[in-house]
Design a protein around this ligand. Structure first.
Ligand SMILES: CC(C)(COP(=O)(O)OP(=O)(O)OC[C@H]1O[C@@H](n2cnc3c(N)ncnc32)[C@H](O)[C@@H]1OP(=O)(O)O)[C@@H](O)C(=O)NCCC(=O)NCCS
Length: 162
């Protein structure tokens, strides 16, 4: 298992899109930011099969999430079901957080639903103990008008000092 940075093209393929024309608004948003260098795609490469993903956005319109200098936002954190509970998600988080620290960032943020105790436990273990705010918008999840999608159920933005 190799933890590494991956490309925008690899993200599109992993999400099931053959190119940016076929991609969803959200996939296009991620792609655009990965290729511009404003987002980093971390993956678990299992002999060529990408089985985990975690994205780090360095700068976003909502500066509580990411401000390009001190604070960065982690999102779309997933490990394929059959590989969960083996430490791979933790390895992805470690890689992303170490890299941010090296870049000089001081704070990492991550979103979680209040009804997700296992995820909350994992993030707490990593030091995401401060709650920044309740959110109804994921700044990286785009609707058909390329605006952050409204989510009825509020979720928490947590933060951790690096
Ligand atoms: C959250 C996730 C990425 C963690 O990846 P992982 O490889 O299972 O993580 P690790 O093995 O390093 O750590 C496991 C910890 O994650 C938490 N966890 C959350 N959901 C889990 C799941 N479905 N299976 C196993 N662990 C899970 C547990 O707290 C667990 O802690 P424990 O080892 O003390 O029981 C993965 O479970 C996943 O893809 N879940 C579905 C998508 C999701 O919820 N993403 C996060 C959005 S906020």
């Amino acid at each position: 298992m190799l933890i590494r940075k991956a490309t925008g093209e690899e993200m599109l393929k992993l999400w099931g899109f053959k190119d940016t024309v076929a991609a969803s608004h959200t996939a296009r948003f991620y792609y655009r930011h990965i290729i511009s260098g404003n987002a980093v795609f971390w993956t678990v490469d299992n002999g060529g099969e990408l089985i985990g993903e975690l994205y780090v956005f360095l700068n976003l319109d909502d500066k509580d999430f990411a401000d390009g200098k001190t604070t960065a936002y982690l999102c779309a954190f997933r490990v394929k079901q059959e590989y969960r509970g083996r430490g791979l998600g933790s390895s992805l988080l470690h890689a992303a957080l170490d890299d941010l620290k090296e870049k000089g960032f001081r704070t990492a943020t991550i979103g979680v639903g209040s009804d997700k105790p296992m995820n909350i436990q994992l993030y707490r273990r990593f030091g995401f103990t401060a709650k920044v705010k309740d959110c109804h918008y994921d700044p990286c999840g785009m609707d058909e008008n390329n605006q952050p999608e409204f989510e009825e159920e509020a979720w928490w933005l947590l933060s951790k000092e690096l």
